[in-house]
Design a protein around this ligand. Structure first.
Ligand SMILES: [Zn+2]
Ligand SMILES: [Zn+2]
Length: 420
């Protein structure tokens, strides 16, 4: 009677009994453990913290015959986070072993479930192990040692995560390739350092398929690796190269690469036989960043351009968002350039060598200015106007703007990396 009740209590704690005269020595015993696991696997996975004194109450009597036990014969063993209680009964001579947790794994790799789950949970939640050990010590809670948790993460966690990751990676690559419908992928690459500048010791480089927005590869680098030789600045270009070579090696057709203007990345990719064919493009955010730099130089030389600066960027963003499609880019480029006419106070003009498509501004009727306010205009032939003209029609700017810009892909990527 007592025995039944005890068992029921134990079952609700999702643990179980097994007993044998030859505990864990001999194949028979091991087989028995495996069988029990199968039976109880459905209820595995919920845990409760039990206080010592409460637990002792459950082991007052023999589980076999119900006689009171001589507690000097009861053995308690700690095994990381698990507790093993072995009782020996003088009345019926049976030895009973109770484990506070199920075992997972097979053969020599067998371990109590929480001894695996604690370090893995810490790992995937980013909990530092030393803090976790402090936590357990403060509570007087049995936990696996720091060393064995690291071993579990290294030998089991990392391997399992790697396997899952590889599976996901394969799937997203397949999705991205299918979505490209044979055209080849347009990808975006950016690196994230663990700390700024030359002090960083690690860098993550992520490749995203611009069409599906899926991360199709991730490379983690350390400053100490060969080819980087302690130069943290080399990590991003090396990572970008590795990522692309890996993709090419896996027969992922990479057609275009959108990235920032990192000269080192570009050079590395251009020089490597496996990545030389990839067309390189700049993303929109970096395009406008380049233009801002040019403007700052102009404003410095011609302070009267200061109020024009923001007008230009409003115009640039407006055009960029209105004409995102590649086929509209020539028109968009002319519209951007037509700022040069608009700023002179003219809003329609005749076709000429510079404007073959666009002959008028796309804004509606301009709001009338309040009395005393005047619209900022620049005079034809003025130095300020000439410098804007030069900037807008410079081959570099034209090339930058005509490239298919992507809406801040790199910035959304940073968000992704931070949350990954
Ligand atoms: Zn007994
Ligand atoms: Zn206008």
């Amino acid at each position: 009677m007592v025995s039944t009740r005890t068992e029921a209590t134990m079952e609700s704690m999702s643990s179980g009994y097994h007993y044998s005269q030859e505990i864990l020595d001999g194949e028979e015993g091991e087989e028995e453990i495996v069988d029990q696991e199968d039976e109880s696997s459905a209820e595995r996975g919920r845990y409760a913290i039990v206080e010592d004194s409460c637990l002792s109450r459950l082991f007052k009597r023999c589980q076999e015959c119900g006689e009171l036990l001589d507690h000097s014969l009861t053995e308690r063993k700690r095994c990381g986070s698990a507790l093993v209680v072995i009782t020996e009964c003088l009345a019926c001579n049976k030895k009973v072993q109770w484990d506070s947790q199920e075992k997972v794994g097979i053969g020599r790799g067998q371990a109590y479930s929480l001894n695996h789950r604690i370090p893995i949970s810490a790992f995937i939640t980013g909990t530092p192990l030393p803090r976790l050990c402090d936590f357990a010590r403060t509570l007087d809670l049995d936990f696996p040692s720091d060393r064995s948790m690291r071993k579990t993460i290294r030998e089991i966690g990392s391997v399992a995560i790697e396997r899952v990751y590889a599976g996901w990676e394969e799937t997203v690559r397949e999705v991205a390739v299918n979505a490209s419908e044979g055209d080849g992928l347009q990808v975006s690459i950016d690196g994230q350092y663990d700390s700024p500048g030359f002090t960083s010791s690690n860098c993550k480089v992520t490749t995203i398929d611009c069409h599906t927005k899926l991360a199709i590869s991730g490379v983690a680098l350390s400053k100490k690796e060969d080819g980087i030789d302690g130069m943290s600045i080399r990590m991003e270009s090396e990572g970008a190269l590795r990522a692309l070579v890996d993709l090419v090696n896996h027969n992922i057709p990479i057609k275009k690469l959108v990235s920032d203007q990192n000269a080192m990345v570009m050079k590395k990719l251009r020089e490597h036989p496996k990545t030389a064919h990839i067309e390189r493009k700049l993303d929109w955010w970096h395009v406008q960043k380049h233009m801002r730099k040019e403007w700052w130089k102009m404003v410095k030389a011609n302070p009267e351009l200061a109020p024009v600066y923001q007008m230009f960027f409003n115009h640039l963003y407006f055009v960029h968002h209105k004409y995102p499609r590649r086929e509209d880019r020539p028109r968009a480029l002319e519209l951007v350039q037509s700022f040069i006419i608009h700023i002179q106070g003219k809003h329609s003009w005749k076709k000429n060598d510079e404007f073959k498509v666009v002959t008028r501004c796309e804004h509606g009727k301009l709001k009338a200015k309040k009395r005393g306010e005047s619209r900022v205009t620049l005079n034809a032939g003025s130095e300020a106007l000439e410098s804007i003209h030069e900037m807008l029609f410079a081959p570099d700017s034209q090339r930058l703007f005509s490239l298919l810009p992507l809406l801040s892909i790199l910035r959304s990527m940073n968000v992704f990396i931070l949350s990954a």
